[in-house]
Design a protein around this ligand. Structure first.
Ligand code: DGL
Length: 272
């Protein structure tokens, strides 16, 4: 049961680092009256190379923090965490928190397009190993083929500021030429870092395939969820907060790329 004032409670977001800022930014642009709290677990980034058990352990602790901060809805703004920890979080925090993962909106957007027959997925190793995209896409559409490729260099490359230059284009091209992705008619950018290299991916395919990422589709899912629960805010009542579990100078600079405007990062060492 929600009370009338609950609509002013913040939306919580978390990711392994700053990739999820692409999702937070899309939500804030679409729903400018919402208050947000973001947590980037930079102390444990990247999640993509970690075991499912380690990722679940981190996520359980981060969600505890977001619940303590009164979040009305929690967005798992990381494909890796969404792939391996969503079910565990929903079960563990039943009744205490509502979650939106970034996998389902992306899967639904692609599945609804009946012109698509062969769908490629690029993601971290942990996301690809989880098999969650194949499973969910095939649940909705048994007439499609799903071809997944792990692209582990891309997230660290983007974090290092390599995007929209010849080096990043060469790395992207070399991944996309992989025979595993042959003859696809759509590609899902199944990592919240990848909206930053969407243009380069589109350059590679020269408009011949459809490209989906988890920004606008997640913003729409958030809107729908809040509307259904009567939780849409009609005014900003607090500052947004952006926390990271480990703070470096490099980070402050890179966040601007992800969030499209300068933000103030606050160090919150929840692991010490
Ligand atoms: N942003 C994370 C995701 O969406 C990837 C980065 C990482 O490996 O931590 O999967």
């Amino acid at each position: 049961m929600f009370l009338p004032h609950d609509k002013y409670r913040p939306i919580g977001f978390f990711d392994s680092g700053i990739g999820g800022l692409t999702v937070a930014n899309a939500v804030v642009r679409y729903l400018p009256h919402e208050n947000i709290i973001y947590f980037g677990d930079s102390a444990h980034m990247p999640y993509g190379d970690k075991s499912a058990d380690a990722i679940r352990y981190y996520c359980l602790r981060i969600v505890k923090f977001l619940i303590q901060r009164g979040c009305k809805l929690i967005i798992i703004a990381c494909n890796t965490a969404s792939s391996v920890a969503y079910d565990v979080l929903v079960e563990f925090y039943q009744g205490d928190a509502q979650f939106i993962n970034v996998v389902d909106p992306l899967v639904q957007a692609a599945a609804h397009d009946h012109s698509l027959k062969s769908i490629g997925v690029i993601a971290t190793k942990a996301t690809v190993q989880s098999g969650v995209y194949e499973r969910k896409l095939l649940e909705l559409r048994n007439d499609v083929q799903v071809k997944s490729l792990s692209t582990p260099l891309l997230a660290p490359m983007i974090e290092e500021g390599f995007a929209n230059n010849s080096v990043s284009q060469a790395i992207i091209d070399s991944y996309l030429k992989d025979p595993k992705l042959e003859n696809i008619d759509a590609l899902l950018l199944a990592c919240t870092h990848y909206p930053l290299i969407r243009k380069e991916i589109e350059n590679f395919y020269q408009g011949k395939i459809k490209v989906f990422d988890s920004t606008d589709v997640v913003a729409h899912a958030v809107h729908k969820n809040l509307e259904q629960n009567n939780l849409l805010s009609d005014k900003r009542t607090q500052e947004h907060h952006f926390y990271v579990s480990d703070l470096t100078q490099n980070f402050e600079q890179t966040t601007k790329l992800f969030y499209k405007e300068k933000i103030h990062l606050e160090h919150l060492p929840i692991w010490s």
